[in-house]
Design a protein around this ligand. Sequence first.
Ligand code: CA
Ligand code: CA
Ligand code: CA
Length: 88
Amino acid sequence: MHSRNDATETLDSDMDGVGDNADVFPQDATETLDSDMDEVGDNADAFPQDANETLDSDNDTVGDNADVFPHRMLIRDDSTPTMDGSRR
Ligand SMILES: [Ca+2]
Ligand SMILES: [Ca+2]
Ligand SMILES: [Ca+2]
């Protein structure tokens, strides 16, 4: 990960310690990799291995694009009884 002694690197435009040649985001010090090549850096990408997903707004591990309710936690069963089990 250290580029100090890397002869193939001469510049580090964003000074994040990753040389421009190895840095997918040479102008963004917070990003150096984009594993799934969707142009969202791994650090900002909630799904760094899934090019179809970059966000999970409700943190239920289902990406916004595949999530029917991207702003609500996964709803497993709408017919779940209430706490006391009563129904009318
Ligand atoms: Ca860099
Ligand atoms: Ca990505
Ligand atoms: Ca989600």
